[in-house]
Design a protein. Structure first.
Length: 142
């Protein structure tokens, strides 16, 4: 029997993360809102949260890889500080490129099979880039 396209990338555990997104509805009234779009695949995300990164909301238009990354972000972003959040896109990008070890973020190891798919790396980075966008806005809105 041949291997399915994508190999172990789309495992049941991986795909279940995409379904979990419904737990994080986007909030147009949240004080912090950001967005990001992947230049490689066109996937996009809008992210909303309150002052301590609780009550995270997501609006994701992405493949299952981007959806899984968004869920992993939402599960574990509470109470992160702005400096830590700002460092994550670079740290995750270096890990995806094989330059450094996996950064510390719970459940990130679930995305490890996507390392072999560089076209998906931009989708993985979306939630962290959207958070940096939101935190970088002077008035904390839009």
């Amino acid at each position: 029997m041949s291997r399915p396209p994508g190999g172990t990338l789309y495992s049941p555990a991986f795909l279940s993360l995409a379904v979990e997104l419904s737990r994080y509805p986007y909030d147009d009234m949240a004080p912090f809102q950001g967005q990001a779009t992947s230049r490689t695949c066109g996937s996009s995300i809008r992210l909303s949260f309150d002052d301590d990164l609780r009550s995270v909301g997501l609006q994701v238009t992405a493949c299952a890889v981007g959806q899984a990354a968004a869920t992993i972000f939402a599960r574990h972003c509470a109470n992160r500080n702005a400096a830590d959040m700002a460092a994550m896109p670079g740290a995750i990008g270096a890990w995806l490129d094989g330059i450094t070890a996996m950064p510390e973020w719970p459940d990130l190891e679930i995305l490890q099979p996507a390392i072999a798919y560089p076209a998906r790396h931009g989708a993985i980075l979306l939630p962290w880039r959207a958070a940096v966008d939101a935190l970088g806005k002077a008035d904390g809105t839009r």
